[in-house]
Design a binder for this molecule. Structure first.
Ligand code: 1CP
Length: 343
């Protein structure tokens, strides 16, 4: 027997009989207690920057379900906010930001070391969680990957094809590369402070990595991830990192090794048998249940969950969805999922 937390055991390469489990967006609008706390906070950003309430919503799904990990409640768009962009959320629509379209716009941003006053409430959320989480629960900190964060800073909102960011990288590569550099460097500082504040694992979300192909994928998804992880592990030896280059397709192969990640998170489109053969030998894998099962439930949820657990039982695996749980999810289906995994 070992006292080591289950999630950390999987991240260090152990194949466990029962995989640890947590869900992307596990604190969120599908939970009535989340909606209540969010209403108390006012808007979404106020909730992120209120350490007591952010810690409270992080804990809610842990109390209700006993997940193996808690991910701090925050957002990938807090970094642009800290760098001086205008960021706001339109209820029912999503994020909006002031846009960066040229060197002049980039010049208005702050430097990589100027973010910590703004981020102080996030570090405080982590410190509260280190005290309040059950001793078996692993605390995950996170950031967006530079490419994904850049797509929002350039377009000023979420885009289906990331066209404004692709346009800028082609028409003004100097400005685009300077923005990527600023994001890479400030992400290192931000994540490093998260580890100091108590994060035990770091996850890097590259939600739009799938729209980068070939050399562009290497330059804008792989290399920034490698720079961030290398420096983070130099400063904090042994800190486990989960990389999520969503919809990378064939480029998932070799990614974890190339960037130095301990775990590769995979989206819903990846075939689990293929992943067990081509990805799991290199690192722990996490994913990839389709979040729609959390709405529909039933035997299909049970069957698909078992299929994923079985496919990955020969190696290290963290059970998760392939993308975030949606507001329409039925909270009871999460119980069914956990019963199926844990028996
Ligand atoms: O309460 C609400 O209405 C806001 C919904 C919401 C929530 C619960 C947003 C707005 N962000 C979050 C929290 C969040 N975001 C977490 C907290 C921890 C948890 O998982 O429980 C995390 C890790 C994120 C990460 C995040 N934010 C990503 C990467 C993962 C992914 O979903 O691909 C992205 C792309 C964002 C931007 C963002 N924030 C919120 C929305 C709706 C979006 C997506 C916008 C778009 O459509 O492009």
């Amino acid at each position: 027997m070992t006292d080591k937390k289950t999630l950390l055991r999987s991240l260090s390469g152990e194949a466990l009989d029962t995989p640890p489990v947590w869900l992307m967006r596990q604190a969120g609008r599908y939970l009535p207690e989340y909606r209540e706390t969010r209403a108390e906070a006012g808007d979404f950003l106020s909730l992120c920057y209120n350490s007591d309430l952010a810690a409270e919503v992080t804990l809610q799904p842990i109390r209700r379900y006993g997940f193996d990990a808690a991910i701090m409640f925050a957002d990938i768009l807090l970094l642009p906010d800290a760098l001086g962009a205008d960021v706001w959320f339109v209820t029912g629509e999503g994020p909006r930001l002031s846009t960066i379209t040229d060197a002049g716009g980039l010049a208005k941003m702050k430097g990589k070391d100027d973010i910590h006053d703004h981020m102080a409430p996030i570090y405080e959320t982590l410190r509260i969680l280190t005290r309040e989480l059950p001793k078996e629960t692993t605390l995950i900190g996170f950031a967006g990957a530079p490419w994904t964060v850049a797509t929002y800073m350039i377009a000023g909102r979420g885009t289906p094809d990331q066209a404004p960011a692709h346009k800028l990288r082609q028409s003004d590569p100097a400005t685009f590369d300077a923005l990527m550099d600023l994001l890479t460097e400030s992400t290192i500082e931000y994540l490093s402070m998260q580890v100091q504040a108590g994060a035990e694992v770091i996850k890097i979300f590259d939600s739009w990595a799938g729209s980068l192909k070939g050399d562009a994928f290497t330059k804008y998804a792989l290399e920034p991830a490698k720079r961030i992880i290398t420096e983070l592990k130099r400063r904090h030896p042994g800190i486990p990192v989960i990389a999520f280059p969503r919809e990378a397709g064939d480029a998932y192969v070799g990614f974890a090794k190339a960037v130095g990640a301990d775990c590769l998170a995979i989206d819903t489109k990846v075939d689990v048998t293929w992943a067990a053969t081509h990805l799991q030998p290199d690192s722990c894998v996490q994913g990839n249940l389709d979040p729609k099962h959390m709405i529909t439930g039933g035997q299909a949820l049970v069957d698909e969950t078992r299929r994923i657990v079985d496919a990955f039982k020969g190696g290290p695996h963290i059970f998760n969805l392939g993308h975030g749980i949606t507001p329409e999810a039925d909270p009871d289906n999460v119980h069914l999922l956990l019963e199926t995994i844990r028996g």
